[in-house]
Ligand binder design. Structure first.
Ligand SMILES: *Cc1c(COP(=O)(O)O)cnc(C)c1O
Length: 405
């Protein structure tokens, strides 16, 4: 086989569909977030405003977080020095797990090198090690959960997205004695919609199923202490496992589960994706601890973010730019065509200094291509006006449909 020719032809197919991904070469600038220097502009490096960051609250440049990271480097050096099992467990890891268990009102927590790995390893281990386990997985679940379940080789049933009745029907049809895990997210990343957590817990409990909740897009952002949507709704104690990331609202890197001591110990002891990989650098753990502690007591960032989201939605409405209604901080502006979506984002970057990554298949279904906007507390009125003016111009130029006010 001509391997190179095969790979080139596959890449060519992606280009033809408008689904080939090009990364913007950015240099984030501490102190002026959400501004960055873009190194991949046609005319040479220039300033851009970032509208698609998952550093939702700007914690990635919080002075206390940075100071904690620098201090930890000075005290502990660069890397962890090994896997947790062999020489890699640092006091900052232990402290971070205590902080996370407290955040979610659980007895224990276990950290991983990313949120992806935490889902993959935890679901993979639970579903494969619990005999005859069946996983009920929401149709909108993230790739990391899907891959973890697939890797477990356990039986899987996909229930309709956020549909309590479909979940109930499927659970009712299973043997009452069969072990079951119901896996879902709180805030869905692409549509920004929120799961009926209480109803799912009711149904799961009635059928003796464990519940596994991915709060990646909610931790730090919802609840009085940033514990997520389950905290806001007083439901944390009803979930068997709460999974989260340290890389989005907390602004650093890493993932975790919070659960009972026995469950965390079980995953710690059996998960390949935990055991055989080098632990997070101590400085990363130290930064995460400071970020979590800050957001446990400070509401200012959350309130400012919600206000910015409202403001952006109002201004989009003013120009009839269609965006998906939801109750979260994610503002999906619908384009519905992969080639136009890519063209619009290229134009915004080159002509308006606005960086929004196009969201195309397979991240979202074909025909629902979009711009996924994530307003932060640090986007100014001026940033918002610049964005909606540019979108307004593009909507006319590309003959895209307007929302009826
Ligand atoms: C981003 C994401 C993850 C993975 O988290 P990382 O820390 O980025 O690896 C898991 N679940 C969902 C829903 C996500 O969007």
């Amino acid at each position: 086989m001509n391997y190179e020719a095969f790979m080139s032809s596959k890449l060519e197919e992606l280009r033809d569909e408008g689904n080939y991904r090009v990364f913007a070469d950015l240099e984030r600038r501490r102190g002026s977030f959400p501004k960055a220097t873009c190194h991949s502009l046609e005319g040479g490096p220039g300033d851009v405003t970032v509208w698609c960051s998952n550093d939702y609250l700007g914690m990635g440049q919080n002075p206390a977080v940075l100071a904690a990271m620098k201090d930890a480097i000075d005290r502990c050096g660069a890397g962890a020095g090994g896997t947790r099992n062999i020489s890699g467990t640092n006091h900052f890891h232990v402290e971070l797990e205590t902080e996370l268990a407290d955040l979610h009102g659980k007895d224990s927590a276990l950290i991983f090198t990313s949120g992806y790995v935490s889902n993959w390893a935890s679901l993979g281990t639970l579903a494969s090690r619990i005999p005859n386990c069946v996983v009920l997985s929401d149709a909108g679940n993230h790739a990391s959960m899907i891959e973890g379940i697939r890797h477990s080789r356990a039986e899987k049933q996909v229930f309709k997205h956020n549909d309590t009745e479909d979940l109930n029907r499927r659970l009712s049809a299973l043997d009452p004695g069969q072990p079951k895990i119901v896996a879902f997210e709180s805030v869905y990343s692409m549509d920004g919609d929120i799961a009926p957590i209480k109803e799912f817990c009711d149904v799961a409990e009635a059928h003796g199923a464990m519940t596994y909740l991915d709060e990646v897009h909610a931790v730090g952002l919802y609840g009085p202490r940033g514990g997520g949507v389950a905290e806001r709704e007083g439901l944390m104690d009803r979930l068997t496992v709460i999974e989260g990331t340290l890389g989005k609202a907390f602004g650093v890197l890493g993932g975790y589960i919070a659960a009972s001591t026995t469950l965390c110990d079980f995953v710690r002891s059996f998960a390949s994706g935990f055991i055989f990989t080098t632990a997070l650098p101590p400085a990363v753990a130290a930064g995460a601890i400071t970020s979590i502690r800050h957001l446990k007591t400070s509401d200012a960032e959350r309130l400012a973010q919600h206000e910015r989201v409202r403001r952006l939605r109002e201004r989009l409405d003013h120009f009839g730019i269609p965006h998906m209604r939801n109750e979260s901080h994610i503002v999906p502006v619908m384009v519905g065509d992969p080639v136009k979506c890519k063209w619009i984002t290229d134009w915004l970057l080159e002509n308006a200094g606005i960086y929004v990554q196009p969201i195309n298949y397979p991240t979202v279904p074909r025909g629902t291509e979009r711009l996924r906007l994530t307003p932060s507390p640090l986007h100014t009125d001026g940033d918002i006006e610049q964005l909606v003016d540019a979108l307004n111009q593009l909507w006319s130029q590309c003959a895209l449909s307007r929302a009826v006010a």
